[in-house]
Design a protein around this ligand. Structure first.
Ligand code: ZN
Ligand code: ZN
Ligand code: ZN
Length: 250
């Protein structure tokens, strides 16, 4: 798994911001919008198509996408959707995508030009379907995990021994059970102060207490969380901040 981006909606540095995090010379304090690429048996699974997808694909030499898993339809997670064209051109086929019904309806509305019957040539081709129950890809079971982003119902995913959750604010105990036994949990952690729609540091740590996982990486990080180096030092042993271009072997 490669972290293509680990930042919140504005990314870090934030345009025009003069804070120490935005001005840090540490490359780990530079964060594109959140997304990961999972490579398995020669196939590439992409979670979300954020606004930095072009840059992320070039940086990490991504040459094909076999499956897209969408968490929700906020712009920082979908607005790179047009970059999928490049992969359609190479692969000469459409690409399968999954999300919950809210996401599928929203994307089909917001990007209606992609999903019309008679497409203008050269548009992205994505076969977007609703997945709310367990499904199979290659030989791995993928479980959608339902979490709440304030009042919006969005999805995290358990993919074999990896769980990826972003933009959560609350997760029911029933859904938390699906995380148990994961080797790696990636979960959002926005900042120190409380936020209406995202877990802050204390809330993210509380969630980790409730699940049995080996290792945790925080993502979807805001400049308000603090410097990578300083926050990392304060975290429990099995928890660390993710950073852009970090590669994890599973
Ligand atoms: Zn987001
Ligand atoms: Zn800043
Ligand atoms: Zn969001």
């Amino acid at each position: 798994m490669t972290f293509l981006g680990t930042g919140t909606s504005q990314g870090i540095p934030v345009i025009g911001c003069k804070c120490p995090v935005c001005n840090s010379s540490d490359s780990k304090d530079k964060r594109l919008r959140s997304s990961v690429l999972i490579e398995y048996q020669g196939k590439n699974i992409l979670i979300d198509t954020g606004p930095d997808l072009r840059q992320q694909s070039l940086k990490n030499n991504i040459c094909r996408i076999d499956l897209i898993l969408y968490t929700h339809a906020h712009r920082d997670h979908v607005s790179g959707i047009d970059e999928i064209r490049s992969f359609n051109f190479i692969q000469k086929s459409e690409i399968k995508g999954f999300g919950n019904s809210e996401l599928v309806n929203q994307i089909k509305k917001d990007y209606s030009y992609i999903f019309q019957k008679h497409n203008y040539p050269g548009l992205p081709r994505i076969n977007l379907e609703v997945a709310e129950k367990k499904f199979n890809y290659l030989d791995i079971d993928i479980y959608p995990i339902e979490v709440y982003h304030y009042r919006l119902r969005i999805l995290g995913y358990r993919i074999g021994e990896l769980t990826y959750i972003t933009d959560a604010k609350t997760i029911s105990n029933e859904e938390l059970k699906k995380i148990n036994g994961s080797k790696i949990l990636v979960i959002n952690c926005l900042q120190i102060n409380e936020h209406l729609s995202h877990l802050n540091l204390n809330e993210a740590l509380d969630i980790i207490e409730k699940v049995k996982v080996k290792k945790v990486f925080f993502t979807h990080i805001s400049h308000n969380l603090g410097l990578h180096k300083e926050i990392n030092k304060r975290l429990p042993k099995n928890v660390q901040l993710a950073y852009d271009n970090l590669v994890i072997e599973l």
